[in-house]
Design a protein around this ligand. Sequence first.
Ligand code: PLP
Length: 360
Amino acid sequence: MIRFMNLAVTESERDSLIQVILQVFNHGIFINGPELTEFESKIAKFHNRKYANGVCSGSGALLYALRALEIGMGDEVITTSLSWIATANAIASSGATPIFADVDSDLNINIESIEKLITHKTKAILPVHYAGRVCKIDEVLKLAKENNLKVLEDASQAIGASKNGILAGSFGDVSAFSLNPMKVLGALGEAGVVLSDNKEIKERIDILRYNGTINKESCIAVSLNGRMDTLQASILLERLRTFTNIIEKRREIAYYYHKHLEDVVKTPLENEGEKNSWYSYTIMGEDRDYLQKYLLEHGIETKIQHPILMPEQIAYKGSKCIIDNAQKIVKQILCIPANEKITKNEQDYIIERIRRFYGK
Ligand SMILES: Cc1ncc(COP(=O)(O)O)c(C=O)c1O
């Protein structure tokens, strides 16, 4: 079986990770240890941002970022309809109402639909850089400026992706990343980070991620603990040194797929000035469900990221949304194995099977 993803730590990485874990064992500062501070400083610098807050997860990162922007009850936040449900849940958990915009064929948020959804209650736009591709961020920023809105980027799937040399997560007022094990830069458990250039936002998140307290005793905001473990920070710090190599390897895989599949399915490719992080390789084709079944019967595991549009989830039924295009697209998308661990032979086999399915 060709697995969609294999998260086992490779032999070549094992020793270096054990070393960094042992360092944490030795100093014993498992929360707020020196590795966390160093990771925050390096990840901020990598993104040309002033501040980073390491937190418990991408979901936590989004929620803390929204709260630090003082978004809550009575406010509306416009996001995409195609993302993992964490994006909507973070908005709703802040007390605000998620409003769902349509997507374009690049699977990213559609600008015209955002424009139509803006009301006097709208406080922010929360675009997701979906599947590792930077969204039409210039237009999002322009719209936000014209309407006096904040921009919170959900860059969970796009760490290392860029547009015209600027990295995902470096455009908006604040950005949130998931660093869970599936991500291109991943910890060995739950982790996330918030980036910003605003000291007040950074300091508010320091408080929010520690039960709303200052120095543990004085509670000034209702919140729950959500700091990043020192152990996870130590792993991320080590992986940060080489994660751009992973993107390069994934780019090679993506271009090879494109070359051999573009005549049978819609394949993603980088536009001028774009560098994707290739979090997932999402093809679009007719008879998607049959294709997925056929590939599984032939030993190829695939995934649909994400099979249910957020406004169509039971928890969000009745939400305000524009999803005409998204409803068509969500029936066609399929992620095929494209992580750095798949071999050339495996890739050739996947290509051959997809071509055969479409009679080529
Ligand atoms: C777009 C997006 N947003 C948010 C999240 C939530 O991140 P986490 O799983 O770290 O809470 C994810 C995680 O998969 C994601 O893909």
